[in-house]
Design a protein around this ligand. Structure first.
Ligand code: BGC
Length: 925
């Protein structure tokens, strides 16, 4: 029996290191940073008290035992003094201007009201301190994009004024950005602060890691994963971002620096890959050769400064324009040094397969349609420490076109549009347009000719999944025992809060009915998400730095080690697959979920996903890569149809996923809410079968995003069309309340009956699901090979909660009550319980209490549903009479955790009653 140990101190150290290595120092004049011992600092900006550990939505809802804020971390530095009177001014102001949480899902404002600073305040601070820090915070997240407005992508007038006044009064001002994503930087030009740091959102160790950098304990080595241009309007995708129904990807493969370096260098304020250090480095390519299709570089990196630090060497290729057209630079490799002491040198060996330079010909202009090819010409290799300053180090010449991989047309657009293609001018290249090649095949016909064969139902012969695991029976023979109904329910996932898996998680699949459990099929647990394990019952977990920060480290080893810890934490919480990493491309800085994702560059994105997978795979759990593909805006995310060329899909939007499959051995994927070229990805056969499995060799499961819509070409997408989903080999519909009851009235069975779906297709998905289960920790537990227990060391006892995996649900019918007579209602106590209701929807929840306290006594009871406060009912003394108060509450799920919190004792509680006011189904959204 393999025993696992999770060392919480190591977890914390790795996360703290990641935060420090992910911080990007953009500017550092007048020796502003690091803050020297003995310095007195004035800190401006309310964000010092309201640090954002992550963005919002499923990628941020991790319950934490603490979040280290930069202010607290600074207070812990004995040799740094804080301007206490300024702190007091903020504290007083915050009393009147508390943090605004907003209301509900996607309701939190993306910025908080800032305290206006006055001339006197700033002048006084300047006299009493040596330097200023200005902290600016932004959040954003799921279901709501950023906007190019003050308070979101732009600074507000109050923030601008604050920077203006502080930079005038102080000679040294460092602006620290606690943001998930790049923001507009005009203020940097207008007010010229002496230092700027992107600190991102660092999770629960955020403050500690950031202060390690600001105080010089760690020299910064983070690099930008996106280009920062002067204006959002400089970005080629802005015009086509955020529309309601369709998003035309006119910029094609010219995303981020691929566009700016080719066409608009002068629009760039900070280039991709840029980031300063407190020390200096000399990088020199001492050898560049090619042998058997591999370019090998030896790069000497010498620390020429006075303190230790790390540096990142980035390698780019400039491909010949050829017939297809190409960006001036594409990242093809990178390597980070170890910590180099002053004066020390390290030689980095970097190998790049020439085949990685291949381009996809989606229109046949080269004579090789649907192939990856290397056009003839010179492939110039550049090495350096950002895309702009990287210099030529090697030329690789190809004399005649080479075909690297012959594939077939998949996912091609049907809507005509024009895409960018460079044409040369006297200064380089300018933007020209060409018609996008449109689809030439009949997807319906092709798919029909590729259907798997069906096999007959044999009835139950007593074979269990455990027999398949032990090699006693084949998976096919086992699955043949499942009726069509069984198969229809195995492709339905259960959630949120499935009672079959770890309480409070996003979903379960596999053995989601007693019938399926009788075949020894256990229920697999999946939990959000990219920034740590989300358990809505309130269980605490480790909150990780956000995706952009992790990618800014450019440190694959570190990310791998960190995600081994996350893998162990998943084992501890019995989570088989994390719903992450999020790996969509930062197509536009306004995407609300960019904080979860890594970069505008597909190579860096792919490498980061591989590192996370490697870490989790070390301990036998995995990640579900999301969202496949082109999930690039939140606005109208269920209904947006992305119109994009096959080349851009393959070279930009699918590339990272491809790397994660081929190099990271990914075996779980989540599709998107929206559509690509008219077909919603949850039913996109070209993507989910032909590219993912047939071309890349993926052997795993594909699940929908939660309550996603599906369609068949030409039809409006809806939540019932599981037949189209299964046909495409998206194996799982996530999620419904009671899968066996088919609450969404999906069309699996009716489609089997009318022949539009075959039993063979259902069996194929069931096989994918069962194979996944047999690789997961839940199978080891089912077989008794591992009891799931894991040793956790280094975690404070009061923080470590014993997780109760066996929460039992009380089924409450409409109008029924739960008796609460024995509940402890003393001050500060709480009572948690779980209920299952027949219908999700709006409920009238009535609490009946009495009190013998005085008439004017106020006794509040807060009701939490799924860890969110939903109502506070305040009762007075009732003279011993039973009284009731009713509040409406919305239960999205059929399974819900409730908690009553008694902030002041004195009440007796009799019962709580649940009456359905309006039923609701996610299906009808
Ligand atoms: C998000 C997914 C997430 C799922 C489960 C959806 O709203 O788009 O990324 O994993 O919910 O919480």
């Amino acid at each position: 029996m393999k025993k696992y140990t999770l060392d919480w101190n190591r977890y914390t150290d790795l996360a703290r290191t990641a935060v420090a290595e992910g911080a990007v120092l953009l500017k550092n004049e007048k020796e502003t940073l690091p803050i020297k011992a003995g310095t007195t600092i004035s800190i401006f900006g309310r964000n010092q008290f309201n640090y954002f550990k992550s963005g919002t939505g499923s990628g941020g809802m991790v319950n934490v035992s603490y979040v280290s804020s930069p202010l607290d971390a600074l207070k812990d530095c004995p040799d740094i003094h804080l301007n206490q009177s300024l702190l007091q001014v903020y504290e007083d102001w915050l009393e009147e201007n508390p943090f605004d949480k907003g209301e509900g899902w996607a309701g939190e404002p993306w910025s908080q009201k800032e305290m206006p600073v006055t001339e006197e305040m700033v002048a006084d601070a300047a006299v009493n301190s040596d330097m200023a820090l200005i902290m600016i915070g932004r959040t954003a997240g799921e279901d709501r994009d950023n906007t190019a407005d003050p308070g979101s992508f732009l600074l507000t007038d109050v923030e601008n004024k604050m920077i203006e006044m502080v930079t005038k009064a102080f000679s040294k001002t460092a602006v620290i950005l606690n943001v998930g994503n790049i923001i507009d930087m005009k203020w940097a030009i207008d007010f010229n602060p002496s230092a700027i740091v992107y600190g991102w959102q660092g999770g629960m160790e955020g403050g500690n890691g950031l202060i390690d950098v600001l105080t010089g304990k760690v020299s910064p080595s983070g690099k930008l994963t996106d280009t920062i241009s002067y204006s959002i309007n400089d970005n080629p995708s802005t015009e086509n971002f955020g529309h309601e129904d369709i998003g035309i990807y006119q910029e094609d493969i010219y995303v981020g620096y691929r566009y700016f370096e080719t066409f608009a260098k002068d629009k760039v304020l900070y280039p991709f890959g840029f980031g300063l250090s407190y020390t200096s480095f000399a990088t020199e390519v001492i050898e560049a050769t090619e042998s058997e299709g591999i370019i090998n570089l030896k790069v000497n990196v010498t620390n020429t400064g006075k303190i230790s630090g790390k540096e990142v060497v980035q390698v780019y290729v400039e491909k010949p324009q050829g017939l297809l057209g190409n960006p001036s630079r594409s990242l093809v490799s990178f390597a980070k040094t170890m910590l180099l002491e002053a004066g020390k040198r390290q030689t980095l060996d970097i190998s790049i397969p020439v085949n990685d330079f291949a381009c996809y010909d989606d229109n046949g202009v080269t004579g090789y349609k649907s192939s990856y090819i290397l056009e003839k010409g010179t492939y110039r290799i550049y090495a350096g420490t950002d895309v702009r300053s990287a210099s030529p180090v090697f030329d690789y010449n190809i004399d005649a076109l080479q075909v690297i991989e012959s594939l077939s047309e998949n996912m091609a657009p049907v809507t005509p549009f024009q895409r960018i293609k460079p044409i040369a001018n006297e200064n380089g290249y300018e933007v020209a347009y060409e018609n996008v090649p449109l689809r030439t095949i009949d997807v319906q016909e092709r798919y029909l000719s590729e259907r798997p064969t069906s096999r007959e139902y044999t009835g139950n012969r007593g074979h269990k999944l455990t027999d398949v695991y032990h090699g006693k029976v084949s998976l096919d023979t086992f699955l043949d025992q499942l009726s069509d109904e069984d198969l229809a329910s195995i492709v339905r996932g259960q959630g949120m809060n499935s009672p079959r898996v770890t309480p409070g998680t996003a979903g379960a699949f596999g053995g989601i009915s007693d019938k399926l459990n009788d075949f020894s099929i256990p229920a697999v647990c999946c939990a959000d998400g990219p920034s740590g394990i989300r358990m809505d019952i309130g269980t605490k977990a480790f909150s990780l730095p956000n995706g952009t920060l992790l990618a800014s480290t450019f440190n694959l080893e570190l990310i791998e080690d960190l995600f081994e810890m996350t893998g162990l934490e998943m084992r501890k919480n019995r989570v088989d697959t994390l719903l992450g990493p999020g790996m969509n491309i930062h197509r536009n800085p306004l995407n609300g979920r960019n904080f979860e994702y890594f970069s505008e560059d597909p190579y860096l994105t792919g490498k980061m996903a591989v590192a996370q997978l490697n870490g989790m795979h070390r301990v036998g759990v995995t990640g579900t890569l999301k969202h496949l593909s082109a999930n690039n805006q939140e606005f109208h995310r269920h209904d947006i149809n992305c119109i994009v060329s096959e080349r851009a899909l393959r070279e930009i939007y699918l590339k990272g996923f491809e790397m994660a499959v081929k190099e990271g051995k990914a075996y779980s994927m989540m599709t998107t809410y929206g559509g690509v070229n008219g077909i919603w990805t949850a039913g996109l056969y070209d993507q989910n079968t032909r590219i993912l499995r047939d071309e890349w060799g993926f052997d795993g499961i594909v699940m929908t995003d939660w309550w996603a819509k599906v369609n068949q070409e030409g039809e409006k997408a809806n939540r019932e069309n599981t037949a189209a989903m299964v046909r495409s080999q998206n194996d799982l519909y996530m999620v419904v309340g009671e899968p066996e009851a088919n609450p969404f009235e999906d069309n699996t069975i009716s489609s089997i009956e009318d022949g539009t779906l075959t039993r063979g297709e259902l069996l194929r998905s069931a096989a994918n699901i069962c194979k996944f289960i047999m690789r997961s920790p839940v199978m080891e537990r089912t077989l008794g090979l591992n009891d799931g227990a894991i040793d956790v060391i280094g975690l404070d006892e009061e923080v470590e909660e014993e997780l109760d995996f066996d929460v039992s649900y009380q089924h409450v019918k409409d109008g029924e009550s739960i008796n609460l007579m024995d509940v402890d209602t003393s001050t500060g106590s709480s009572h948690a319980f779980a209920i299952s209701v027949d219908q999700s929807g709006m409920y009238e929840v009535t609490l009946t209490v009495r009190s013998f306290a005085g008439e004017l006594a106020q006794m509040p009871v807060t009701i939490f549903a799924n860890n969110m406060p939903v109502a506070t009912l305040t009762f007075n003394g009732t003279g011993g009479e039973w009284v009731s108060q009713t509040k409406q509450m919305f239960f999205v799920n059929q399974h819900n955790y409730l908690k009553l919190y008694f902030s002041l004792g004195g009440l007796e509680v009799k019962e709580i009653t649940f009456k359905l006011a309006n039923s609701f189904s996610m299906r009808n959204l």
